[in-house]
Design a protein around this ligand. Structure first.
Ligand SMILES: *[C@@H]1O[C@H](CO)[C@@H](O)[C@H](O)[C@H]1NC(C)=O
Ligand SMILES: *[C@@H]1O[C@H](CO)[C@@H](O)[C@H](O)[C@H]1NC(C)=O
Length: 364
């Protein structure tokens, strides 16, 4: 610790000297900035980061020079929570900067950082282990970059984290069960290359929004999902290779507004209990192997704006379904409706469906 602060101090001196020399043609005696140690460390971190950037086509970091880090584009300072008289770097927002590069370990020096938003850049590599020092970090958004490697487990040790968004990257491997024990409000893992089933403890997560579409999870929807009844408002599980059925107890998720399980291999009927999801606005079960009747209870939901159930094998639908503002019932087996599957295809499905036993699907 002693050593690293000596090194920090030496770097500070060097940066300050370079800054003064670069300005010396304008001013012989430049005013000496007050060296708040937190901003000194932030300067070291941001200069190391600038060096780790390989391309900045929009010149976003062009003014990342000198010790006045609070004036850098995308860097936001605020009074330190534990010392209101000291300014400190509280937020970094480089959203849509299109910068390429990696995240250096020095970012761990930004100990007062609460918001770290990097969406839509070309950062690659991993999230550095030193991020563990950012114990005030509340929102971490590294979405739409080129990060890779396993799930960034360093986030499990961030006690203040509420918002975690790592979607649209190249993370791969297991979806660790620890992520569902975090006290998060929102969790976005979609559009990566995760390839393990959804962990059984999924339902321990207190999130209101959970999106994990477009990964190679496989497996079925963990029964613990029903435990999220108190908090969950939006869940998107599309295109995960999910098998199995929708359980009756999905009807306990009373706060749900958005439910999307489209583009999977789910089978069996739509549970009647889904008619208890009184807040549901958007429902998509399209592109599965669901069958039987589309329950009237669902189509009569008072807030349902859009119900998409195309590309399944439903054999009938309530007339209430036809009155929905936006719905898609095409490519099913519903007699008398346009754009259905052929009678041969439907007959084949209904004589060969054996993989979604009524026992596993109707039990709650
Ligand atoms: C901060 O930036 C503004 C404009 O971007 C500039 O006018 C001002 O001189 C800068 N302040 C310092 C102390 O560098
Ligand atoms: C309804 O939802 C589907 C799938 O989620 C979407 O593709 C479609 O555009 C939506 N329709 C309307 C009218 O919002």
């Amino acid at each position: 610790m002693k050593n690293s602060s000596n090194i920090s101090l030496a770097l500070w001196v060097v940066i300050t000297i370079i800054f003064f020399f670069s300005k010396s043609h304008q001013q012989i005696f430049p005013p000496l900035p007050i060296p708040n140690p937190r901003l000194i460390k932030a300067c070291i971190a941001l200069q190391a980061w600038k060096l780790a950037m390989t391309s900045d086509p929009n010149k976003f970091t062009a003014n990342w020079n000198g010790p006045d880090v609070c004036n850098y584009t995308g860097v936001y300072c605020a009074a330190a929570p534990d010392d209101p008289l000291k300014l400190t770097v509280a937020g970094i927002d480089l959203n849509h900067a299109n910068i390429a590069g990696f995240l250096p370990e020095e970012l761990g020096l930004l100990k007062d950082l609460a918001l770290f938003h990097l969406n839509s850049n070309r950062f690659y590599g991993t999230i550095p282990a030193s991020v563990i020092h950012l114990h005030l970090l509340y929102e971490l958004d590294v979405s739409n970059n080129q990060f890779s490697g396993p799930f960034p487990c360093v986030v499990f040790d961030l006690p203040s984290l509420k918002y975690l968004d790592i979607r649209f990257n190249e993370f791969h491997g297991d979806i660790p069960k620890e992520v569902f024990e975090l006290e998060l409000d929102a969790l976005f893992l979609n559009d990566n290359k995760f390839d393990s089933p959804l962990p059984e403890n999924l339902g321990n997560s207190p999130v209101s929004v959970f999106v994990i579409a477009n990964n190679n999870a496989g497996g079925s929807i963990p029964p613990s999902l029903a435990k999220m009844a108190g908090t969950l408002e939006e869940i998107v599980l599309s295109n995960l290779g999910l098998t199995g059925c929708l359980r009756q107890d999905i009807g306990t998720l009373k706060g749900l507004k958005v439910l999307d399980v489209s583009f999977n291999k789910l089978c069996g009927p739509l549970p009647e209990s889904m008619g208890e999801l009184r807040n549901l606005e958007q429902l998509s079960v399209a592109h599965n192997k669901l069958s039987g009747q589309v329950p009237e209870s669902i189509c009569s939901l008072p807030n349902l704006d859009n119900f998409t159930y195309s590309f399944n094998y439903f054999s009938s639908e309530s007339s209430a379904c036809l009155r929905l503002p936006a719905k898609d019932d095409s490519r099913n087996c519903i007699p008398g409706r346009p754009l259905q599957r052929s009678p041969e295809e439907c007959r084949y499905f209904y004589t060969h469906q054996s993989n979604c036993g009524a026992n596993t699907c109707s039990r709650s």
